[in-house]
Write a protein that binds this ligand. Structure first.
Ligand code: APR
Length: 168
């Protein structure tokens, strides 16, 4: 529990080993946090992403962070909410699992996540937050290499939701 932190702010400013990007299947940038990360990282990020040939929903791919304070960006593609009967929960859980798997592989000690899929992809916030926290606790129970997981909430509502659910 002490290895999980919740902050309100801009993920592009986080001084961590890796920040996670809520990308789309093309990995060629977009709006929301994807757009913010590409703007802050600079054009080299897109150049590297172009070589990755996209990313399937639930999967994760890693690039350098370029002009970001973070050394790496782990790009993951969350599910688009379609009512809850299209394995959205399972795909969102996979996003966290696969980001942690890459973090372990690259010896990443500190990692920051946005609220994946809860913006343009319409995933209900509380339901997504439960999945984020559950998957993170599950991973940290079996992993000592990661020192800190930071959930970076861009707005008050998300911040309050994470704070409330982390206590439960
Ligand atoms: N730092 C942290 N969080 C941010 C930032 C930021 N700079 N900008 C936005 N967010 C938050 C949003 O407020 C939301 O809580 O990230 C969360 C995820 O929202 P989106 O960025 O819309 O991501 P998502 O819902 O996963 O939709 C992904 O949107 O931007 C496109 O290319 C992206 O097609 C993909 C889709």
């Amino acid at each position: 529990m002490e290895r999980i932190k919740i902050v309100k702010g801009d993920i592009t400013k986080q001084k961590v080993d890796a920040i996670v990007n809520a990308a789309n299947n093309s990995l060629l940038g977009g709006g929301g946090v994807d757009g913010a990360i590409h703007r802050a990282a600079g054009p080299e990020l897109l150049e590297e992403c172009k070589k990755l040939n996209g990313c399937a929903t639930g999967e994760a791919k890693i690039t350098r962070g370029y002009r970001l304070p973070a050394k790496y960006v782990i790009h993951t593609v969350g599910p688009i909410w379609r009512g809850g009967n299209n394995e959205e929960d399972e795909y969102l859980a996979m996003c966290y699992e696969n980001c942690f798997r890459l973090a372990e592989k690259y010896n990443i000690k500190t990692i920051a996540f946005p609220a994946i899929s809860t913006g343009a992809y319409g995933f209900p916030l509380e339901r997504a937050t439960k999945i984020a926290i559950t998957q993170t606790k599950k991973f940290l129970e079996n992993n000592t290499s990661i020192e800190k997981v930071i959930f970076v909430c861009f707005d008050e509502r998300t911040y309050e939701c994470y704070k409330k659910l982390l206590k439960m």
